[in-house]
Design a protein around this ligand. Structure first.
Ligand code: GMT
Length: 388
């Protein structure tokens, strides 16, 4: 198949899933065109089967550079027809799914371009709450020819908030060959833990929903009992405020902000724990990637995380905001090597048995074929509905 993938060019979870899916599809012999404003950070290498089509804003003075959605629709229609794509897979409702549906309509009567949308989380839980974006998000859901989401939790949110039932749940996945325990890059552990401290990792895009400040508050509690350091991986709007908080709590010497890192796996390989105290997570890809590297997870008991982390088996899940509870749970794991190793082994088993690319990517392929088969005959029916 020839697949177009519309996604963010940033390092957030939906972009990471989109890149992982495209690369897996290419390794199975399909050809994939990524269509985005910037090359996604994890899209390391291109080939004749994996290409990147940059979406540039219209060079027209009256147009606001923010008119990205129109430029995306035009690019999708151009690439779709020129490369005779079998379908477009839009990751995230806005702007990707709306632009993909517009591209399909631009081609109607000349070329059939089915649209499959995957809803990833904040496109439902945040954009779905805001009246100015609710209608657009609902349009994306009802006009897509196929609709998937990443957890049963989010499928429930979609049904409740948008009255769109029967969304296909295809979970996020992890490349368990890449995300596996092992030697990290030379010197990284020594640089991060010069006195052999245990390393607690937080990996996110530092948006408010991640509650990075809670990580520092939890860490300040753990540090009283255990020699450890907190490594903050990623970048985003909350970094500066989180650095300020570390200074206020007097722990700034043991909290390391390393910014965006293409090699997240290298940091996970030197971690003793992943901390993810988010306000909500539709799935929590960072937790799955940590588990695949045999890193125990302490996270909020919210959203889709209980579908990923088994409390007391591969990590600990505590109520969002329970800083003392998360600190006690984390300290217990760090102090008990056997517990940490057991949680790590169980986490990797979960990654391999439930969320590996080998298991999940075929589910997308089967769904693609269903949607294409359903779409072609109904090509003339403007009210084509998505495959349930
Ligand atoms: O906020 C982020 O983590 C980025 C966001 C996104 O849409 O890029 O992540 C969402 O999608 C990820 C991949 O499906 C999920 O693992 C995250 O849980 C989800 N984030 C939230 O729901 C807050």
């Amino acid at each position: 198949m020839k697949i177009g993938i519309a996604c963010f060019g940033t390092s957030g979870g939906s972009g990471s899933v989109a890149v992982g899916l495209g690369q897996a599809l290419a390794s199975l012999g399909h050809s994939v065109d990524f269509i985005a404003p910037h090359r996604p950070p994890r899209l390391a290498c291109l080939s004749e089967r994996v290409q990147f089509q940059e979406v540039r804003g219209f060079d027209y003075p009256l147009f606001d550079p923010a008119d990205h959605a129109f430029a995306l629709a035009a690019k999708l229609a151009d690439v779709g027809q020129r490369k005779r794509l079998d379908l477009v897979h839009a990751h995230y409702a806005l702007p990707h799914a709306v632009s993909a549906c517009l591209a399909r309509e631009l081609l109607r009567g000349r070329f059939s371009l089915p649209v499959i949308t995957t809803l990833h989380g904040t496109d439902v839980t945040i954009l779905g709450r805001d009246p100015s974006t609710y209608a657009l998000a609902k349009y994306a859901m009802t006009q897509s020819d196929g609709l998937t989401t990443v957890s049963n939790f989010l499928a429930g949110e979609i049904a409740d908030r948008f009255q769109v039932p029967g969304v296909r749940v295809i979970p996020n996945f992890v490349d368990t060959d890449n995300f596996q325990p092992g030697a990290s890059v030379a010197g990284l552990r020594e640089r991060l833990a010069p006195s052999g401290e245990k390393l607690i990792m937080h990996i996110s895009n530092f948006r408010p929903i991640k509650q990075a400040g809670h990580c520092v508050q939890i860490f300040s509690r753990i540090r009283r009992k255990i020699r450890c350091r907190l490594v903050m991986v990623g970048d985003g709007p909350e970094v500066h405020r989180t650095q300020e908080l570390a200074r206020e709590l007097g722990v700034e010497r043991d909290v390391v902000f390393v910014g965006e890192q293409a090699g997240v796996v290298d940091y996970l390989r030197v971690a003793s724990l992943l901390l993810l105290p988010s306000k909500t997570e539709s799935f929590g890809l960072a937790a799955l990637e940590a588990m695949s590297c045999e890193v125990p997870v302490v996270a909020s008991l919210v959203g889709g995380l209980p579908e990923v982390v088994d409390d007391g088996i591969s990590g600990r899940l505590l109520p969002c905001g329970d800083l003392d509870g998360m600190a006690v749970a984390a300290a217990e794991i760090l102090a008990n090597e056997k517990m940490g190793a057991s949680f790590g082994r169980a986490g990797r088993a979960t990654a391999i048995n439930r969320f590996s690319a080998d298991r999940v990517v075929p589910l997308y392929l089967e769904y693609y074929r269903q949607v294409i088969d359903q779409f072609k005959p109904a090509m003339g029916a403007p009210e084509a509905r998505f495959v349930r």
